[in-house]
Design a protein around this ligand. Structure first.
Ligand code: FPP
Length: 251
Protein backbone atom coordinates (compact mmCIF):
# COMPACT_ATOMS: atom_id res chain seq x y z
CA UNK A 1 0.00 0.00 0.00
CA UNK A 2 1.30 3.49 -0.77
CA UNK A 3 0.30 6.78 0.79
CA UNK A 4 0.10 10.23 -0.69
CA UNK A 5 1.87 13.05 1.04
CA UNK A 6 1.30 16.58 -0.14
CA UNK A 7 4.61 18.39 0.30
CA UNK A 8 3.37 21.65 -1.17
CA UNK A 9 0.34 22.90 -3.04
CA UNK A 10 2.04 22.01 -6.32
CA UNK A 11 3.77 18.71 -5.71
CA UNK A 12 2.40 15.33 -4.65
CA UNK A 13 4.68 12.41 -3.87
CA UNK A 14 3.85 8.78 -3.27
CA UNK A 15 5.70 7.25 -0.38
CA UNK A 16 5.55 3.72 0.94
CA UNK A 17 5.22 3.87 4.74
CA UNK A 18 7.75 2.01 6.88
CA UNK A 19 6.67 -1.47 7.87
CA UNK A 20 7.28 -0.88 11.58
CA UNK A 21 7.08 2.45 13.44
CA UNK A 22 7.87 2.73 17.16
CA UNK A 23 6.98 5.74 19.30
CA UNK A 24 7.95 6.95 22.79
CA UNK A 25 4.74 8.50 24.15
CA UNK A 26 6.45 11.48 25.75
CA UNK A 27 5.42 14.94 26.86
CA UNK A 28 2.06 14.21 28.52
CA UNK A 29 3.13 15.71 31.86
CA UNK A 30 4.41 18.96 30.32
CA UNK A 31 1.33 19.27 28.15
CA UNK A 32 -0.85 19.15 31.28
CA UNK A 33 1.38 21.41 33.44
CA UNK A 34 1.35 24.12 30.77
CA UNK A 35 -2.42 24.18 31.05
CA UNK A 36 -2.45 24.12 34.86
CA UNK A 37 -3.90 20.59 34.79
CA UNK A 38 -2.86 17.50 36.76
CA UNK A 39 -0.36 15.27 34.92
CA UNK A 40 -3.01 12.55 34.67
CA UNK A 41 -5.00 14.83 32.34
CA UNK A 42 -2.02 14.79 29.96
CA UNK A 43 -1.96 10.98 30.05
CA UNK A 44 -5.70 10.86 29.32
CA UNK A 45 -5.26 13.03 26.20
CA UNK A 46 -2.13 11.02 25.35
CA UNK A 47 -4.22 7.82 25.37
CA UNK A 48 -6.70 9.45 22.94
CA UNK A 49 -3.80 10.50 20.71
CA UNK A 50 -2.58 6.91 20.67
CA UNK A 51 -6.01 5.74 19.46
CA UNK A 52 -5.98 8.32 16.66
CA UNK A 53 -2.41 7.58 15.56
CA UNK A 54 -2.90 3.80 15.68
CA UNK A 55 -5.97 4.07 13.45
CA UNK A 56 -4.11 6.37 11.06
CA UNK A 57 -1.09 4.04 10.88
CA UNK A 58 -3.38 1.10 10.13
CA UNK A 59 -5.13 3.07 7.39
CA UNK A 60 -1.91 4.06 5.61
CA UNK A 61 -0.55 0.50 5.65
CA UNK A 62 1.89 0.42 8.56
CA UNK A 63 2.09 -3.24 9.66
CA UNK A 64 3.49 -2.81 13.18
CA UNK A 65 3.16 0.12 15.56
CA UNK A 66 5.00 -0.11 18.86
CA UNK A 67 4.50 2.36 21.71
CA UNK A 68 6.38 2.85 24.95
CA UNK A 69 3.55 3.34 27.42
CA UNK A 70 5.00 2.34 30.80
CA UNK A 71 8.64 1.66 31.57
CA UNK A 72 10.14 -0.41 34.38
CA UNK A 73 11.33 2.94 35.80
CA UNK A 74 7.88 4.60 35.70
CA UNK A 75 6.87 2.87 38.96
CA UNK A 76 8.96 5.51 40.77
CA UNK A 77 6.43 8.24 39.88
CA UNK A 78 3.89 9.42 42.49
CA UNK A 79 1.41 6.63 43.30
CA UNK A 80 -1.50 8.77 42.10
CA UNK A 81 0.05 9.20 38.64
CA UNK A 82 0.99 5.51 38.38
CA UNK A 83 -2.54 4.44 39.18
CA UNK A 84 -4.01 6.98 36.73
CA UNK A 85 -1.85 5.54 33.93
CA UNK A 86 -2.85 1.95 34.76
CA UNK A 87 -6.49 3.00 34.85
CA UNK A 88 -6.15 4.39 31.31
CA UNK A 89 -4.42 1.22 30.18
CA UNK A 90 -7.14 -0.92 31.79
CA UNK A 91 -9.81 1.08 29.95
CA UNK A 92 -7.90 0.75 26.67
CA UNK A 93 -7.50 -3.03 27.06
CA UNK A 94 -11.18 -3.58 27.92
CA UNK A 95 -12.25 -1.44 24.96
CA UNK A 96 -9.77 -3.26 22.68
CA UNK A 97 -11.18 -6.65 23.65
CA UNK A 98 -14.54 -5.48 22.34
CA UNK A 99 -13.32 -3.81 19.17
CA UNK A 100 -10.10 -5.43 18.02
CA UNK A 101 -11.71 -8.01 15.73
CA UNK A 102 -13.93 -5.43 14.04
CA UNK A 103 -11.05 -2.95 13.72
CA UNK A 104 -8.55 -5.58 12.49
CA UNK A 105 -6.09 -4.77 15.27
CA UNK A 106 -3.87 -7.35 16.87
CA UNK A 107 -2.30 -6.44 20.22
CA UNK A 108 1.00 -7.69 21.53
CA UNK A 109 2.09 -6.70 25.02
CA UNK A 110 5.83 -6.45 25.57
CA UNK A 111 7.18 -6.32 29.12
CA UNK A 112 7.34 -8.12 32.44
CA UNK A 113 3.84 -9.11 33.53
CA UNK A 114 4.86 -10.36 36.99
CA UNK A 115 4.37 -7.06 38.85
CA UNK A 116 1.21 -6.00 37.03
CA UNK A 117 -2.16 -5.83 38.80
CA UNK A 118 -3.96 -9.21 38.69
CA UNK A 119 -6.94 -7.99 36.68
CA UNK A 120 -4.56 -6.56 34.05
CA UNK A 121 -2.83 -9.94 33.80
CA UNK A 122 -6.27 -11.49 33.15
CA UNK A 123 -7.06 -8.92 30.45
CA UNK A 124 -3.70 -9.51 28.79
CA UNK A 125 -4.34 -13.26 28.65
CA UNK A 126 -7.63 -12.58 26.85
CA UNK A 127 -5.93 -10.10 24.50
CA UNK A 128 -3.25 -12.73 23.65
CA UNK A 129 -5.92 -15.30 22.87
CA UNK A 130 -7.99 -12.99 20.65
CA UNK A 131 -4.94 -11.60 18.86
CA UNK A 132 -3.91 -15.06 17.70
CA UNK A 133 -6.89 -15.10 15.30
CA UNK A 134 -6.68 -11.55 13.95
CA UNK A 135 -5.07 -10.40 10.75
CA UNK A 136 -4.24 -6.72 10.59
CA UNK A 137 -1.94 -4.11 12.07
CA UNK A 138 -0.05 -5.31 15.16
CA UNK A 139 0.03 -2.82 18.02
CA UNK A 140 2.89 -3.65 20.36
CA UNK A 141 2.34 -1.95 23.68
CA UNK A 142 5.39 -1.82 25.93
CA UNK A 143 4.19 -2.15 29.52
CA UNK A 144 6.49 -2.52 32.49
CA UNK A 145 9.12 -2.63 29.77
CA UNK A 146 12.85 -1.99 29.86
CA UNK A 147 15.23 -2.72 26.98
CA UNK A 148 18.06 -3.86 29.26
CA UNK A 149 15.68 -6.04 31.27
CA UNK A 150 14.40 -7.57 28.03
CA UNK A 151 17.94 -8.50 26.94
CA UNK A 152 18.77 -9.81 30.43
CA UNK A 153 15.66 -12.00 30.35
CA UNK A 154 16.69 -13.45 26.95
CA UNK A 155 20.27 -14.10 28.08
CA UNK A 156 19.08 -15.85 31.26
CA UNK A 157 16.67 -18.04 29.27
CA UNK A 158 19.48 -19.12 26.94
CA UNK A 159 21.94 -19.64 29.82
CA UNK A 160 19.38 -21.86 31.59
CA UNK A 161 18.96 -23.87 28.38
CA UNK A 162 22.74 -24.44 28.30
CA UNK A 163 22.73 -25.47 31.99
CA UNK A 164 19.92 -27.97 31.46
CA UNK A 165 21.25 -29.53 28.24
CA UNK A 166 24.35 -30.34 26.24
CA UNK A 167 24.06 -27.01 24.46
CA UNK A 168 27.30 -25.01 24.29
CA UNK A 169 27.32 -21.25 24.91
CA UNK A 170 29.28 -20.81 21.66
CA UNK A 171 26.25 -21.99 19.70
CA UNK A 172 24.16 -18.97 20.82
CA UNK A 173 23.49 -16.76 17.82
CA UNK A 174 22.13 -13.24 17.32
CA UNK A 175 18.94 -14.84 16.09
CA UNK A 176 18.64 -16.90 19.30
CA UNK A 177 18.71 -13.66 21.29
CA UNK A 178 16.11 -12.03 19.02
CA UNK A 179 13.88 -15.08 19.38
CA UNK A 180 13.96 -14.80 23.17
CA UNK A 181 13.01 -11.13 23.37
CA UNK A 182 9.45 -9.94 24.05
CA UNK A 183 9.44 -8.88 20.38
CA UNK A 184 9.98 -12.43 19.10
CA UNK A 185 8.81 -12.73 15.50
CA UNK A 186 8.31 -8.99 15.01
CA UNK A 187 10.61 -7.20 12.55
CA UNK A 188 12.90 -4.53 14.01
CA UNK A 189 11.46 -1.01 13.90
CA UNK A 190 12.32 0.91 10.73
CA UNK A 191 11.52 4.27 12.28
CA UNK A 192 11.58 5.32 15.95
CA UNK A 193 9.81 8.58 16.80
CA UNK A 194 10.36 10.52 20.00
CA UNK A 195 8.19 13.57 20.48
CA UNK A 196 8.56 16.29 23.15
CA UNK A 197 12.08 17.47 22.33
CA UNK A 198 13.98 14.81 24.28
CA UNK A 199 16.89 13.30 22.36
CA UNK A 200 17.34 9.93 24.02
CA UNK A 201 16.03 6.36 23.88
CA UNK A 202 15.33 5.85 27.60
CA UNK A 203 15.78 2.07 27.61
CA UNK A 204 13.43 1.54 24.63
CA UNK A 205 14.05 -1.33 22.16
CA UNK A 206 17.81 -1.33 22.77
CA UNK A 207 18.43 -4.54 20.84
CA UNK A 208 15.91 -3.91 18.08
CA UNK A 209 17.03 -0.34 17.25
CA UNK A 210 20.42 -1.35 15.79
CA UNK A 211 19.52 -0.06 12.30
CA UNK A 212 16.41 2.00 13.01
CA UNK A 213 16.10 5.53 11.73
CA UNK A 214 15.25 8.18 14.35
CA UNK A 215 12.88 11.11 14.13
CA UNK A 216 12.75 13.69 16.90
CA UNK A 217 10.21 16.49 17.17
CA UNK A 218 9.37 19.13 19.78
CA UNK A 219 5.65 18.39 19.51
CA UNK A 220 4.32 17.01 22.81
CA UNK A 221 2.60 13.63 22.48
CA UNK A 222 -0.95 14.88 23.29
CA UNK A 223 -0.58 17.40 20.42
CA UNK A 224 0.77 14.79 17.98
CA UNK A 225 -1.34 14.54 14.82
CA UNK A 226 -1.50 12.25 11.76
CA UNK A 227 0.29 15.09 9.90
CA UNK A 228 3.25 14.59 12.30
CA UNK A 229 3.36 10.93 11.23
CA UNK A 230 3.34 12.12 7.61
CA UNK A 231 6.26 14.42 8.31
CA UNK A 232 8.22 11.68 10.05
CA UNK A 233 7.57 9.30 7.15
CA UNK A 234 8.53 11.95 4.59
CA UNK A 235 11.84 12.50 6.37
CA UNK A 236 12.37 8.74 6.73
CA UNK A 237 11.81 8.27 3.01
CA UNK A 238 14.72 10.64 2.28
CA UNK A 239 17.15 8.64 4.42
CA UNK A 240 19.64 6.30 2.80
CA UNK A 241 19.53 3.09 4.84
CA UNK A 242 22.69 1.11 4.23
CA UNK A 243 22.66 -1.37 7.16
CA UNK A 244 26.45 -1.13 7.35
CA UNK A 245 26.83 -1.75 3.60
CA UNK A 246 27.58 0.69 0.80
CA UNK A 247 25.30 3.02 -1.13
CA UNK A 248 23.08 1.20 -3.64
CA UNK A 249 24.17 1.70 -7.27
CA UNK A 250 22.45 4.54 -9.06
CA UNK A 251 21.17 6.29 -5.90
C1 FPP B 1 5.42 9.91 29.23
O1 FPP B 1 5.12 11.29 29.37
C2 FPP B 1 4.20 9.12 29.27
C3 FPP B 1 3.96 8.08 30.12
C4 FPP B 1 4.95 7.62 31.12
C5 FPP B 1 2.67 7.38 30.12
C6 FPP B 1 2.06 7.09 28.76
C7 FPP B 1 0.81 6.36 28.97
C8 FPP B 1 -0.39 6.66 28.44
C9 FPP B 1 -0.60 7.74 27.44
C10 FPP B 1 -1.55 5.87 28.93
C11 FPP B 1 -2.34 5.14 27.94
C12 FPP B 1 -1.59 4.43 26.88
C13 FPP B 1 -2.17 3.71 25.91
C14 FPP B 1 -1.30 2.98 24.97
C15 FPP B 1 -3.64 3.61 25.74
P1 FPP B 1 5.69 12.07 30.62
O2 FPP B 1 4.70 11.95 31.73
O3 FPP B 1 7.06 11.56 30.96
O4 FPP B 1 5.75 13.54 30.10
P2 FPP B 1 6.74 14.68 30.59
O5 FPP B 1 8.12 14.28 30.12
O6 FPP B 1 6.23 15.89 29.90
O7 FPP B 1 6.64 14.75 32.08
Amino acid sequence: MTMKIRFSRHRKTEIKPPRHIAIVLDGNGRWASRRGLPRSAGHAVGAETFRTIATYCRDIGVEYLTCYAFSTENWSRPAEEVSAIWELLRKYLIESLEKMERDRVKIRIMGDRADMPDDIKGLLAQIDEKSAHIDGITLCICLNYGGRQEILHAVRTLAQECERSERKADSISLDDISQNLYSRGIPDPDLIIRPSGELRLSNFLLWQCAYSEFYFTDVLWPDFKPSDIDQAIAEYSRRDRRFGGVKAKGR
